[in-house]
Design a protein around this ligand. Structure first.
Ligand SMILES: [Zn+2]
Length: 177
């Protein structure tokens, strides 16, 4: 029949103008709010976006609790290295450079997980290697602490003539993780 079409879902012959198949109840047009695709877009998408927003807000809250301020970057180098020395040692995982030293905390804030930036120069003063060593210690306000960091060399031992160390970062001792 001319004014009939086949339902794409159940193959039933239905009227040409039908928006809803009378047999299988499938929506045949996207224009209806009750069509599953439109229903998803209008009803479920805002819920998903809402869930993402709640997740982001909660993660930020946890980050503020776990890493409270003030941050190391808010201070003008509160940790300073007073003295240090460098030595080589053969370990189970190969040759390593150890830098041992003493650092002082000039702030009223306790710091932990001190990142020590190590720069290495050859005899002509070229920067030949660099690494960050992590010192897992806590330095109390206005006090000193000994530290040791180790780095894996990437060059021949003879290239390492001069080294310089500085504190690049540390975490507030009140941080949870
Ligand atoms: Zn149908």
């Amino acid at each position: 029949m001319e004014n009939q079409k086949t339902c794409p879902f159940c193959a039933e012959q239905i009227r040409q103008t039908a928006k809803l198949c009378p047999r299988c109840r499938q929506w045949l047009t996207l224009r209806s709010i009750r069509h599953p695709v439109i229903y998803m877009l209008v009803g479920v998408l805002p819920l998903l976006l809402g869930a993402v927003l709640v997740f982001v807000t909660i993660s930020r809250m946890f980050d503020n609790i776990g890493n409270p301020g003030p941050y190391y970057s808010e201070f003008a180098s509160p940790l300073k290295i007073l003295e240090s020395n460098m030595n080589w040692a053969e370990t189970g995982s190969g040759l390593r450079i150890y830098i041992t030293g003493l650092l002082t905390n000039e702030s009223f804030q306790a710091w932990k997980d001190v990142e020590v930036e190590c720069r290495f120069y050859d005899r002509t003063g070229n920067l030949i290697d660099a690494a960050n060593g992590l010192a897992r210690l806590t330095v109390l306000p206005e006090s000193d602490s000994a530290f040791r960091v180790s780095v894996t060399p990437s060059r021949a031992t003879n290239d390492y003539v001069v080294y310089r160390v500085s504190v690049s970062n540390a975490r507030n001792a009140k941080s949870w993780f």
